[in-house]
Write a protein that binds this ligand. Structure first.
Ligand SMILES: [Fe+2]
Length: 656
C-alpha cells in the first residue's frame, strides 16, 4: 500500500496522535500557549530569584564552614587548588563545595532512610528510594558537577601525556514523571575528565555537564521540563511548551530533529575529538561543541564552520560513532531518521551521510537517501572508499508510540542487512542480507581486499534496546542462520565477508569464544586491514537488570584477528567497566604498541565506592597493568570515552 506522508502531516500526527482529537481550543494553540507561558515564566522567575537569594545565604554558611575547593586523594581531605574557568563560576564554585562535602561519609539517619539502596554514594538530594534499575547502585547519578579539579594518586609509571574523557547520563533534576519512568538515556550528559602526564605522580579529575538547550531551560525552571524515552507519546502539558520553544525560540537551529519535541537532546552518548573540536554527541540530535579547557565549557551547537544549515538541525540526527579516516583525517558521520518523510512505502524513511574535513572542520559532502525501514543504527563503518551501514531489525513503531507504547520492536522475522555505498558519489546503497536475525550495536572495524569487504562487529542474537523495546514474537518461525546462542543483548565478536561485486554474503563466522562488547582498535587502522582488537568481556552470570538488559563487564580481551588467539585480563574483585579505548604511543613500533584505557568502577563491600583509570600495556600477547589513576570518588556507569593527546596547545591550560 502506498502511503505518502509529507512533513506537515508527520508533524501533526506527532502532535495529535492518530487516535486523539485536538482539543477545541487548538484552533488558536500558539496564542494560548504564549499567554500561558508568559504568566508561568513571570511566576517562575519570581520564585527563582527568591530561591537564589535563599541558596546564596545557605551556601555562604557552608563555604564559611569549609572554604576548601578540592579533595586530596592521599589525605582524603579538601585542599585549595586553582579552579578551571567557568561562565558561571560563582554558582559552580558553591556547587563544587557541595559535591566535595557530599563525598564524605554521612551518618544522617534521614539520608539513609531516603536512599536505602546507596551507601556513601554522593547522590542528589532528590533521589529517593526507587526500584528503577537506572537510578540504583552505580547507575545512580552523582550529586553534581565540579568546577575545580580533584587531585588523584597515580600508581605505577604513567606512560601517556593526555586527557581521558568519558561521558554518560546523570540526571540533574528529578524526572518529570517520577523516578519509576526514568530511562538510563534520559539523564543529562555529564563529562568526566582525567588529565595525566607521562611519569606524573599526580593526575587531576573533574566533571561538567553539557549545557544543552534542555539543560539550561530546566536549570532556569528549577525542575524537569521534558519527558523521557519511555514517555514520548504526546502529553499536552509538556509537548506544547516544548513545541513553542522549538518553533519560536530555537528557530533555525533546534538541537534535535523535528519529531523530537517533548524529550530532550541530552548530549550524553559519546565524545569525538576531530579537527581541533571536542564534539559531544547524541544519537537523536545534533552535536554540541565543548571547550577542552578544564572548564569543559559548552560552546553551543556545532555548525561545523558554518557548513550546517537549518535543514540539518531540523531534519537530521548525528551518530554517536562517527569515524575518522586515518588516511584523509576526514570525519564520516551517519544520521538515521525514524519518521517517514514523504516515503513512498509505509515505513520508508531516510538516512543521511556526511563528511567533515579534517583541516577546516567544514562539511564537504552530504547525501540523503531512502531506506525501507525506520531502523535504529547505532554505529557505522568506513573503508577508504566506502561507508558501511549495519541495519538490524530494531524497528521504530510510530503508531504504537502515539498510543503510549515503547518506541522499538525487535522484529524476529526480519534479518540483518549490510549496506555499502561510496564515501563520495551517488551510487548505492547496495544491500546484502545476512539471513540472520541479530543485532550489532558496535562496529569493530571494516576493510577491503579486492572485491571482498570484511566487516567485524559485536553481534547479539536479539536486543531489548535497554528497555525501549516492545516484546515481539517470542520465536522465529524458522531458526536464524548462524546464531551466537549467548542470550539477549549478549554479544560476541563476529565477522561478515561480503562480495561487493556480486553483492552477496561470502561467509559469517564467530571470531572469539568469549562474549564481549565495547570494542576498540588502534584508530590508525580504521577502515584498513588490521590485526588487533580489544573489547570488554561480559561478567559471567550477568543477569538482565529490570527491563533493561544492561550487562556488566569485568575483564578486557585482546583479540589477535589473524591467529584467532584471545587473551583475557581480569579486572579483579568488585571491579567492572564499560567502554574502553586504545591509545598508541607517540612513535609506535607495531599496531599494538600502545595502551588500553579502562575506567574501572570499584565496589567492594565495606569500602567507599571509587573509580580507577587503568592503563594496560597492549604491546604483548597478554595485557598487563602499567598504571592506575585513583579517582577518590564514584563515577557512575556511562557510555563512551575519548582521548586527547597533549600535542601542541591541546591541553596547555590544564594544570598538573
Ligand atoms: Fe555506542
Amino acid at each position: 500500500m502506498s502511503v505518502r506522508k509529507p512533513f506537515a502531516d508527520n508533524l501533526l500526527c506527532f502532535a495529535l496522535g492518530p487516535n486523539r482529537r485536538a482539543p477545541p481550543w487548538c484552533s488558536r494553540p500558539l496564542a494560548v500557549v504564549h499567554v500561558a507561558r508568559c504568566a508561568v515564566v513571570i511566576a517562575r522567575r519570581s520564585l527563582a530569584r527568591r530561591e537564589v537569594r535563599s541558596n546564596a545565604r545557605r551556601r555562604g554558611r557552608v563555604a564559611r564552614a569549609m572554604p576548601a575547593q578540592t579533595f586530596d586523594a592521599t589525605t582524603r581531605q579538601c585542599a585549595p587548588r586553582a579552579c578551571g574557568a567557568s561562565e558561571d563560576s560563582s554558582e559552580m564554585r558553591a556547587v563544587s563545595v557541595r559535591a566535595s562535602t557530599a563525598s564524605k561519609p554521612t551518618s544522617s539517619a534521614r539520608a539513609e532512610r531516603r536512599r536505602p539502596d546507596v551507601r556513601k554514594m554522593d547522590v542528589p538530594d532528590w533521589l529517593e528510594a526507587t526500584s528503577n534499575a537506572c537510578l540504583s547502585g552505580n547507575f545512580a547519578p552523582v550529586r553534581d558537577e565540579m568546577d575545580g579539579l580533584v587531585s588523584c594518586d597515580v600508581s605505577g609509571t604513567c606512560p601517556l601525556d593526555g586527557l581521558y574523557l568519558r561521558t554518560g547520563p546523570n540526571p540533574a533534576r528529578a524526572p518529570a514523571l517520577g523516578t519509576e519512568r526514568h530511562h538510563w538515556f534520559d539523564g543529562d550528559g555529564l563529562v568526566h575528565a582525567v588529565r595525566f602526564s607521562r611519569e606524573g605522580v599526580k593526575a587531576a579529575y573533574g566533571r561538567r555537564y553539557v549545557r544543552t538547550r534542555g539543560f539550561e531551560r530546566e536549570k532556569t525552571a528549577g525542575k524537569a521540563l521534558y519527558t523521557g524515552l519511555r514517555d514520548i507519546y504526546p502529553i499536552w502539558s509538556y509537548l506544547l511548551p516544548r513545541l513553542y520553544e522549538k518553533l519560536f525560540l530555537d528557530g533555525s537551529a533546534p538541537d534535535s530533529a523535528y519529531f523530537v519535541i517533548q524529550s530532550k537532546n541530552t548530549s550524553s552518548n559519546a565524545l569525538k575529538f576531530h579537527a581541533g573540536r571536542l564534539l559531544s554527541l547524541f544519537e537523536s540530535g545534533s552535536p554540541y561543541e565543548l571547550s577542552i579547557e578544564p572548564s569543559l565549557r559548552t560552546k553551543g551547537l556545532c555548525n561545523f564552520g558554518g557548513s550546517f544549515t537549518t535543514a540539518d538541525y531540523w531534519m537530521g540526527n548525528f551518530t554517536a560513532h562517527p569515524k575518522v579516516c586515518p588516511l584523509t583525517r576526514e570525519l564520516i558521520y551517519m544520521g538515521y531518521n525514524l519518521v517517514a518523510l514523504g516515503g513512498e512505502q509505509e515505513g520508508e524513511t531516510t538516512i543521511t551521510v556526511g563528511t567533515i574535513d579534517g583541516e577546516s572542520g567544514r562539511r564537504t559532502h552530504k547525501r540523503t537517501f531512502k531506506v525501507q525501514r525506520p531502523s535504529m543504527q547505532h554505529d557505522v563503518a568506513i573503508t577508504p572508499t566506502k561507508i558501511i551501514l549495519v541495519d538490524g531489525p530494531l524497528i521504530f513503531n510510530l503508531p504504537r508510540v502515539m498510543n503510549g507504547g515503547l518506541p522499538f520492536s525487535f522484529e524476529k522475522e526480519c534479518t540483518m542487512r549490510i549496506g555499502f555505498l561510496p564515501r563520495k558519489g551517488d551510487d548505492g546503497p547496495h544491500w546484502v542480507d545476512t539471513n540472520e536475525t541479530c543485532f550489532a550495536y558496535h562496529v569493530v572495524n571494516a576493510y577491503e581486499e579486492g572485491s571482498r569487504l570484511i566487516l567485524d562487529v559485536c553481534k547479539a542474537d536479539e536486543t531489548n534496546a535497554l528497555g525501549m523495546c516492545q516484546e515481539s514474537s517470542t520465536t522465529r518461525s524458522t531458526p536464524s542462520a548462524n546464531p551466537v546462542n549467548a542470550g539477549r543483548d549478549v554479544a560476541a565478536l563476529w565477522r561478515w565477508e561480503i562480495d561487493t561485486d556480486e553483492k552477496k554474503l561470502i561467509s559469517s563466522k564467530r571470531m572469539c569464544e568469549h562474549t564481549s562488547d565495547f570494542p576498540c582498535i588502534n584508530r590508525e587502522y580504521t577502515g584498513l586491514k588490521y590485526r588487533y582488537a580489544y573489547s570488554a568481556a561480559y561478567k559471567a552470570g550477568t543477569e538482565p537488570v529490570e527491563r533493561m538488559d544492561i550487562p556488566s563487564f569485568d575483564a578486557i580481551l585482546k583479540h589477535d584477528m589473524e591467529t584467532g588467539v584471545t587473551t583475557r585480563y581480569e579486572l579483579g574483585e568488585g571491579r567492572t567497566c564499560g567502554d574502553i579505548i586504545f591509545v598508541p604511543v607517540d612513535e609506535p613500533k607495531s599496531e599494538d604498541d600502545g595502551y588500553v584505557l579502562v575506567l574501572t568502577h570499584v565496589d567492594i563491600e565495606g569500602e567507599d565506592p571509587r573509580t580507577e583509570l587503568l592503563m594496560l600495556d597492549a604491546s604483548q600477547e597478554v595485557l598487563t597493568k602499567q598504571c592506575v589513576v585513583h579517582i577518590p570518588m564514584r563515577v557512575p556507569y556511562g557510555f563512551h570515552c575519548e582521548y586527547i593527546p597533549a600535542h601542541g596547545e591541546n591541553l596547555a591550560s590544564w594544570p598538573l
